[in-house]
Design a binder for this molecule. Structure first.
Ligand SMILES: Nc1ncnc2c1ncn2[C@@H]1O[C@H](COP(=O)(O)OP(=O)(O)OP(=O)(O)O)[C@@H](O)[C@H]1O
Ligand SMILES: [Mg+2]
Length: 459
């Protein structure tokens, strides 16, 4: 274990109440905290404080543009504090190099997660071991998400990473199961070992066995030499079995044996070998149903489901959409021009239901970035027709059945979105909260702010 380091953070925020609240909260979490109310003050002190991280308000009285951001990002990571209703500026800020953003009023749980992730990123870069960082996949392909729903996922990853228990990652297609599997490996004790991913659906049953367990010399015609299998290739590391629902009965039986005894046998061998791997499996199938239908062994099912992580669909964590958009835009900007998203385009992305989850969002965003590269701003016209109920492709600035006048603010989008959810769930607050991936209390507060009526469970 490393000795704990005390990180220093500078909060540049002219709202003195918020500034003080952030200082107090973060001091309690063990950070060395400093505050500045203006850009002038921050600028004068930044070298003296040498903060590891800066929380920066978007609208300072003496700097209402991106000057402070572009200046600070040269030397240290910045998290933007953005006003409610200017999420687009936050996306812009991320393109300019901010590591993340927080929307006011700041959710304190989210605050900690965002800070923790930002500091982790710099720790890797500081070690200077770019190769290691790249292999860990954290700098190039970090899993983005600070919504309450994703926070739960992070907590589970951290809780289970250092353990050896088999993990089953469940979730819809494109939700990010593979990234979760990778994150478990990267966060755990086996991080320096290999991470070997096996796509179970592409391998035939007979091939699968020799691929997974290897074979002895002479095990079958053509086996002219011993070949270790993927289990051995992943020794001391992690074996990721993707699409586990697709494996046939023979492999199911053999896999169960590995999980139960920790041993396996190469094809054609007479003795067992010890499997020194941690197994993470993933599926987007309904394994429970498959067990019921006799297509998946119940005993294997129970082994696998001892520790499950459910990756929520993107529509249940819409708060992460602007964050993801910024992330994909920035990844592309490395080798081209920076492209932003108009409010209307972003509004459309936030309100769509994303049946293909993050993968679909990524494709849509990347397409828009290409189409808009000459103007530098992606609008609704650069999005493909995202058809969900009520969407009218004739009016590009439409979100569902309602058109906004001009470019809608986040406030208007939220109100509209809430109204739709209330409609869909007959005013049931718990269901609305679930759909948004927030607590019922948060939903209640949002609804109140918009003067919308909902009903609790008993009502
Ligand atoms: N939280 C995230 N942050 C950044 N990128 C993400 C995130 N989740 C998913 N992606 C991206 O979306 C795409 C799909 O993710 P992934 O392959 O992990 O999904 P999956 O759940 O394994 O899907 P499938 O069931 O189809 O295999 C990938 O390009 C991945 O990088
Ligand atoms: Mg996958």
């Amino acid at each position: 274990m490393n000795a704990p380091v005390q990180h220093s953070i500078l909060v540049i925020e002219d709202d003195s109440v918020l500034n003080r609240l952030l200082l107090k909260t973060l001091v309690r979490s063990g950070f060395d905290m400093h505050g500045a109310l203006t850009w002038a003050e921050a600028r004068a002190r930044i070298d003296e404080i040498a903060p590891d991280l800066v929380l920066l308000d978007m609208n300072l009285p003496d700097a209402r543009d991106f000057t402070p951001l572009t200046e600070i990002v040269q030397t240290r990571p910045v998290i933007m504090l953005t006003a409610y209703g200017s999420i687009n500026q936050a996306v812009e800020a991320m393109r300019l190099g901010a590591v993340d953003y927080l929307v006011k009023p700041v959710n304190l749980e989210e605050l900690e997660l965002v800070i923790q992730r930002a500091l982790e990123g710099t720790r890797l870069r500081r070690t200077g071991d770019a190769l290691k960082a790249a292999r860990k996949g954290l700098t190039d392909n970090p899993m983005v998400g600070a919504s309450p729903a994703m926070r739960q996922v992070w907590d589970l990853i951290e809780a289970v990473a250092d353990d050896e228990v088999t993990v089953l990652v469940r979730g819809e297609s494109g939700a990010g199961k593979e990234l979760v599997a990778r994150a478990i490996h990267d966060a755990g004790r086996r991080r320096d070992g290999h991470y070997v991913a096996v796509d179970c659906c592409t391998l035939q049953e007979t091939l699968f066995e020799t691929e997974l367990f290897g074979h002895e010399r002479g095990a079958f015609t053509g086996a002219d030499r011993l070949k270790p299998g993927l289990i051995e290739a992943a020794a001391e590391g992690t074996l990721f079995l993707d699409e586990i629902g697709d494996i046939g009965p023979a492999i199911q039986a053999k896999l169960l044996r590995v999980l139960e005894t920790g041993r396996f046998r190469r094809v054609g061998a007479t003795t067992d070998l010890r499997a020194n791997v941690r197994i993470v499996a993933a599926t987007n199938r309904d394994l429970t149903q498959m067990v019921r239908e006799g297509r998946f062994r119940a005993d294997l099912y129970y082994r696998l489901t001892a520790f499950e992580i459910n990756v929520p669909p993107l529509r249940d964590r819409r708060e992460d959409i602007p964050r993801l958009v910024a992330h994909f835009a920035r990844a592309r900007a490395r080798n081209g021009r920076l492209v932003g998203f108009s409010d209307a385009a972003l509004a459309r992305l936030v309100t769509y239901d994303w049946p293909g989850n993050v993968r679909e969002l990524r494709n849509v965003v990347e397409r828009a970035l290409i189409l808009a590269s000459h103007t530098g701003l992606a609008g609704p016209e650069h999005l493909p027709p995202l058809r969900d109920p009520g969407f009218d492709p004739q009016t590009p600035v439409a979100c569902g059945p309602v058109s906004f006048h001009g470019e809608p603010t986040l406030d208007e989008i939220e109100r509209h979105y809430l109204t739709e959810l209330l409609d869909r769930h007959q005013g049931n607050r718990r269901k609305v909260a679930e759909a948004m991936g927030v607590s019922e209390r948060t939903a209640y507060r949002m609804l109140e702010r918009h003067g919308l009526k909902s009903r609790g469970e008993g009502a």
